[in-house]
Design a protein around this ligand. Sequence first.
Ligand code: FES
Length: 122
Amino acid sequence: MALYSEKVMDHFRNPRNVGVIENADGVGEAGNAVCGDIMKIYLKIDNDIVTDVKFETFGCGSAIASSSMATELIKGKPLEQVLQLTNKAVTEALDGLPAHKLHCSVLAEEAIRAAVKDYYER
Ligand code: FES
């Protein structure tokens, strides 16, 4: 079996929602001290719904695929649902990640939570 699923490869090669939202309503960042990878999430929020989301990820292929999938999963969703997104859900949506790459999906969960927190604190 291939190390990475087709979905991981697809989101790595053609990441969705890459970029910056200049006037974002919430911005969150997460990093992993061991590998040094960093993920930043920008949210546009209207009436507690995520109307737009972009990400910048300086990291490995699994982190890029996780960011891409996570942004797709939260787009158009209410914040209460967004806050429930776990790295497990991101990994499942990608049809799995190798065990030593699971931490990459944790960055997505953490960065999204940080962005929602930033929104609430404004
Ligand atoms: Fe660090 Fe993937 S190796 S996020």
